[in-house]
Ligand binder design. Structure first.
Ligand code: GDP
Ligand code: MN
Length: 381
């Protein structure tokens, strides 16, 4: 679960990482009174679960409460990469002398938490990793031994932090970030930028905080931070129906059984020159209800122009899935063309069932690649 900047900063604050004082606002008037209570200069920040808000015009400095209100009016309702701004965070403005970058995430290959730190903050970290990899200091932490103070010093040394005041403050932030990461069952904690103010104080100006969904039961306070409004309607419907679903931004709706198969289906759609509209995993079941639930989740999405069923029968039998698809078609009106590829247990029987019924707008393909090509073609490519 991704947290908003203001929520991540609240966790930072609880763990002793310095952040600016701020208040949340959902209307321009609230923004004005928030700015009024915070004093002099503030920054109005769009709260959306995506990065690059600054570039998109979602972050603006204001000299007065009136100006904060004006900026909030502009920013609220703004669409930032598909995320509509419903809340703004009003924060005491900071003066920035330097912008650094600090993150902690899992390196799955090494099976260890990984710190990354660079003095080239504020920009896209991918760009730093790409253009000046030597400027990106990395440090793995042994999860059993935990973080030792010399680790933090080594990380700062590798990134070229020489100023003693900065060394001391950033080393403390590194230790607190590690403690926060472990205590909150985080998957990612990113501070970009970590700023140095002109008089030398270091603080977190932004926050990206992702908590492991599977550990949320241990953190009722964090679980409560989930904002259902932030999820697209389809994702909410999927959550309610228990369908594994992730919205993507292409045109071909994908339904498969098993995460591995669905992921390779995404690849094959790309190979066929199309773009997947979603990731939808039917799981083990292929019964009519499961198929109806999944179709109900994906078909209302106006971006979906065609649908590809990619099912490999193992324990799930293809004839059952075929019957499930027919039952689903009988129960609901579906505008988009559907391509079906069945393989594995009882695939022939499954295909026969579909051929016999031959519902309009349903196309059966033999292979994953031909099915993907057909679905892409039907999506209008
Ligand atoms: P992002 O664009 O979504 O990563 O949002 P950030 O919170 O990182 O803000 C983007 C940029 O806005 C920062 O890198 C800063 O340059 C600028 N910014 C944000 N807050 C302040 C502030 O309090 N004072 C000043 N001067 N600039 C700020
Ligand atoms: Mn940022």
């Amino acid at each position: 679960m991704d947290l908003y900047e203001y929520q991540g900063k609240e966790l930072f604050r609880r763990h002793g990482i310095p952040v600016s004082a701020g208040r949340l606002a959902t209307t321009p008037e609230e923004a004005r009174s928030a700015a009024d209570s915070l004093g002099s200069e503030v920054v109005v920040k769009a709260q959306v679960l995506t990065g690059g808000r600054g570039k998109a015009g979602g972050i603006k400095l204001a000299d007065s409460p009136q100006e904060a209100e004006h900026h909030a009016r502009e920013i609220l309702g703004m669409d930032i990469r598909g995320h509509v701004v419903k809340k703004v965070w009003i924060e005491e403005a900071s003066e920035i002398a330097k912008e650094y970058y600090l993150s902690l995430t899992f390196d799955r290959g090494a099976k260890k938490p990984l710190f990354m730190f660079t003095t080239q903050g504020g920009v896209d970290i991918e760009e730093v990793a790409d253009k000046t990899p030597e400027a990106l200091a990395k440090l793995h932490v042994d999860p059993l031994a935990g973080l030792q103070p010399y680790h933090a010093r080594r990380l700062l040394f590798a990134a070229g932090i020489e100023e003693p005041g900065e060394q001391k403050q950033i080393a403390a932030i590194v230790e607190k970030l590690y403690a926060a990461f472990v205590a909150e069952d985080a998957m990612l904690c990113e501070i970009n930028p970590l700023i140095v103010e002109p008089h030398g104080r270091v603080k977190a100006l932004d926050s990206k905080f992702t908590v492991d969904d599977n550990a949320l039961y241990r953190h009722p306070d964090v679980a409560e931070m989930r904002d259902l409004d932030a999820y697209p309607a389809e994702e909410r419907a999927a959550r309610e129906k228990g369908v594994t679903y992730v919205k993507l931004d292409g045109e071909v709706g994908i339904l498969g059984n098993g995460a591995g198969l669905v992921m390779s289906t995404l690849d094959v759609i790309a190979q066929a020159g199309g773009r997947p509209a979603n990731f939808c995993d039917l799981g083990g079941g292929g019964d009519a209800q499961g198929v109806v639930d999944a179709l109900e989740v994906i078909t209302p999405d106006p971006q979906v122009r065609s649908i590809l069923f990619n099912v490999f029968g193992g324990i799930t039998r293809c004839d059952e899935v075929a019957q499930g698809i027919l039952d689903a078609l009988g129960r609901m009106e579906i505008a988009q063309p559907i391509v079906v590829r069945l393989d594995g247990t009882n695939a022939d029987e499954g295909r026969q069932i579909l051929a016999d019924a031959s519902p309009p707008n349903l196309h059966v393909e033999e292979t994953m690649l031909s099915a993907a090509r057909r679905a892409v073609e039907l999506a209008g490519h």
